[in-house]
Design a protein around this ligand. Structure first.
Ligand code: FAD
Length: 307
């Protein structure tokens, strides 16, 4: 799809022109450093701009995709048609009573650090998750025994029709690495986390411990999408991959991490195609050796490249 002048003009009237980028390379905006071009990449600065963009996309029947920090996404090399929206310019975080309120484009790591600074406990588990608040709700992100579901009180979303609604956490059907956000087509604008007063040195101790565990086990020196696969019932994905002797296997610039078998790293300017082919190779090998089907945690979106 080529962006028409008509669409570009209308988007530039909703938000300022500098927030509307045409043919923008997505790999410049993803943690994985993968992905072709977005027809339009837009970074609105207010909730009403988000609403207006959705309403315009509906009216003009233009496809629409949300992108957070791109830490759980592989965008294919052919890029994404239509509008890609990122809320990085809506990233405020503040305290109200014993709650931390964070806008969707804030990093969940920063929400966790703000909670520490405010001596509020509950978000320690998120101190090393490299996603946005919006992406964390979408995935019900979690680590080391904690998850968003445990602390989320409510959220403000925009519906597919472009209306703003406040929902309780229960209304998002949060479960292991899922929510109903994709089915409902919600865009998360804001999240309220209900936390507990605590001693900041105790909170910091927990966070330091989790950071140590993460840094010693995960290949954080390379771009990646974290754990590629969900935990198969009764097994550990990393152990199955390790026992299949897949660590160090490369396709192009993508490699099954030698440090953590559950990670595939973008070691040397991998294309999305190489990364995806390596995921498939791992799935096939583990299935042949152990009869276990590894289900992806990471989402793959976008178009295949034109040959
Ligand atoms: P993206 O990858 O950009 O998007 C994920 C999905 O969310 C997409 O479908 C997107 O459309 C949707 N989305 C994004 N923003 C919004 C919004 N505002 N409204 C509606 N939909 C939206 N995950 C864990 O759960 N636990 C971990 O411990 C963990 N560790 C990780 C470690 C590393 C090194 C890496 C690279 C990843 C890790 N992850 C982990 C995965 C990832 O960071 C989380 O899933 C994170 O929540 C994804 O957020 P994101 O902003 O990057 O989302």
């Amino acid at each position: 799809m080529k962006v028409s002048h008509h669409l570009y003009d209308q988007l530039s009237r909703i938000t300022s022109e500098e927030n509307v980028m045409v043919d923008e390379l997505i790999r410049n905006h993803t943690y994985t450093k993968l992905g072709g071009k977005a027809d339009v990449y837009i970074t609105p600065e207010s909730y009403s701009e988000v609403q207006d963009i959705i309403k315009l996309a509906n009216k003009e029947e233009v496809p629409f995709t949300m992108l957070g920090n791109g830490s759980n996404l592989i965008v294919k090399d052919g890029g994404i048609r239509g509008i890609v929206m990122n809320l990085q310019k809506l990233s405020s975080i503040w305290r109200e009573e014993d709650k931390i309120i964070a806008q969707s484009g804030a990093r969940i790591i920063d929400a966790s650090r703000t909670a520490l600074a405010e001596s509020l406990a509950g978000l320690e588990f998120a101190c090393g998750i490299p996603g946005s608040v919006g992406g964390a709700l979408y995935m019900n992100a979690g680590a080391y025994g904690g998850e968003i579901k445990d602390v989320l009180e409510s959220t403000i979303v925009v519906t597919k029709e472009g209306d703003i609604r406040t929902l309780t956490a229960v209304e998002l059907d949060l479960d292991y690495r899922t929510s109903n956000i994709p089915d409902k087509g919600y865009i998360v604008l804001e999240a309220t986390f209900a936390l507990k007063k605590a001693n900041s040195s105790d909170i910091k101790e927990v966070m330091d411990d989790l950071t140590y565990k993460r840094e010693s086990k995960q290949p954080l020196e390379y771009p990646s999408c974290g754990s590629v696969f969900k935990r198969p019932p009764g097994y550990f994905a990393g152990k199955l991959i390790q026992d299949s002797e897949l660590q160090g296997t490369q396709i192009g610039g993508a490699e099954v991490s030698k440090k953590h078998a559950g990670f595939i790293v973008n070691k040397n300017n991998a294309s999305a195609t190489e990364y995806i082919n390596l995921i498939r190779h791992v799935q096939k090998t583990v299935s042949e050796k152990f009869g276990v089907q590894l289900e992806r945690e990471v989402r793959i979106i976008g178009e295949d490249p034109v040959e």
